[in-house]
Design a protein around this ligand. Structure first.
Ligand code: NAD
Ligand code: DAU
Length: 351
């Protein structure tokens, strides 16, 4: 079947993996990557697919209603996969309004465009909202987030994502917009912007700089290889039930400090340094304000209903990730020049 899909945020970390998967797997689809190219958006992430005939790029800010409507008129989309967002918790603490604008208003603008242009003909239409496990708040040492867990967001980032999830569900109930949602745990893999823990640590170890670990390093995250997330998005977009939410996760919990110790071992090996060299760079710094203790996703529904499961063990995925960063130093050079330096200083010099 021919389809015309808008993938928002396609120049970012996860979005670029989703775009790559879709343009390669569905040559009969017209794929439009709609992205405003913030500091996190980078067309270099898609250099391997940019010349494929079914790939299109449109520079668009999702908070700009006229621009979004013009895009719907140009392409007559029948599906939207919405990933565009401000995505970094630490930045949301520095500038919450930017998160409210893009994540809440931007999502509402897209929903409204679907309502306007799909009115009266909802057949084969679908709005897929990509969200996060952080909307569920923080777990203690036991238990998992399921699709029934009550929302309890605690950072400006997670509050903005929770709000956007609620708007998506409201458009389903009120206007019967055919929506589907997913809430995923921490992703890792290639093209991950080095403000996030794993790529930041790889970059710093490579350059013999301190590796900042917040608080005591005891916070726990559930890590999923980004290509497994993209695969889940493909399955849910095509086969997920309308109005439903699916949790996506790796069943792969790591304490931050244990993860960093493992990464240090891998880096020592890959860089030919004596064992223990990289670990000497670990530096405990002031904790993140309101730092959620633990996230853990129960992805049973997605597995039972749609047959998805993670494809990689974490150790293997981490090796692949390190290999990619070491082979793509030019990419890292580009994204860490300019404004990144200023952000890094604000974030870390005072800790
Ligand atoms: P990212 O920060 O790497 O990329 C975000 C992309 O959105 C960038 O290309 C940026 O240019 C674009 N963008 C930002 N504001 C925009 C605007 N106003 N208009 C148009 N484009 C805009 O983010 P990511 O880590 O790839 O996350 C993608 C999505 O997945 C987000 O919605 C995030 O909440 C969600 N998510 C991320 C993770 C994770 O671990 N990274 C886990 C679960 C869910
Ligand atoms: O859970 C899904 C979420 O995962 C996504 O919704 C977010 O978009 C994504 O950024 C990620 O959020 P986290 O805050 O968990 O990711 P981050 O890589 O920023 O931090 C991971 C953990 O490491 C967290 O406990 C904070 C800690 N940390 C982070 C940084 C950047 C450090 O100890 N040192 C650091 O320098």
């Amino acid at each position: 079947m021919k389809r015309t899909l808008l993938i928002t945020g396609g120049a970012g970390f996860i979005g670029s993996h989703v775009v790559r998967l879709f343009v390669n797997k569905y040559p009969e689809y017209t794929i439009v990557n709609g992205d405003s190219l913030t500091y996190a958006g980078n067309l270099e992430n898609l250099k391997d697919v940019k010349d494929l005939p079914n790939y299109n790029f449109e520079k668009v800010d999702i908070t700009d209603e006229n621009a979004v409507n013009a895009l719907f008129e140009k392409y007559a989309f029948d599906g939207v996969i919405h990933l565009a967002a401000e995505s970094h918790v630490d930045r949301s603490i520095l500038d919450p309004l930017a998160f409210i604008k893009t994540n809440v208003l931007g999502t509402a603008v897209l929903l409204n465009a679907c309502r306007k242009y799909w009115q009266g003909n909802l057949e084969n239409k679908r709005f897929y909202h990509v969200s996060t496990d952080e909307v569920f708040g923080s777990l203690g040492e036991e238990g998992f987030f399921t699709e029934e867990t009550a929302y309890d967001p605690r950072s400006p980032y997670s509050a903005s994502k929770a709000s956007s999830d609620h708007f998506v569900k409201a458009y389903y109930h009120t206007y019967k917009l055919p929506v589907v949602l997913s809430n995923c745990s921490n992703n890792y893999g290639s093209h991950h912007f080095p403000e996030k823990l794993i790529p930041l640590a790889i970059h710093n170890i490579r350059n013999n700089k301190p590796v900042p670990v917040y608080g005591k390093g005891e916070n726990v995250r559930d890590w999923l290889f980004v290509e497994d997330h993209a695969r889940a998005i493909d399955i849910i977009f095509h086969n997920g039930r309308i109005g439903e939410t699916y949790n996506i996760g790796g069943f792969n919990e790591w304490k931050n400090i244990d993860l960093i110790m493992l990464l240090c071992e891998v880096m020592d090996r890959k860089l030919g340094r004596p064992a223990g060299t990289s670990a000497q760079l670990i530096t405990y710094v002031k904790d993140r304000a309101g730092h959620d203790l633990r996230y853990a996703i129960d992805a049973t529904k997605l597995n039972k209903e749609l047959g998805w499961a993670p494809s990689l063990q974490f150790e293997e995925g981490l090796e692949k990730t390190v290999d990619w960063y070491l082979a793509n130093e030019e990419w890292l050079e580009h994204v860490t020049s300019g404004a990144y330096q200023q952000y890094y200083e604000t974030q870390y010099q005072k800790r």
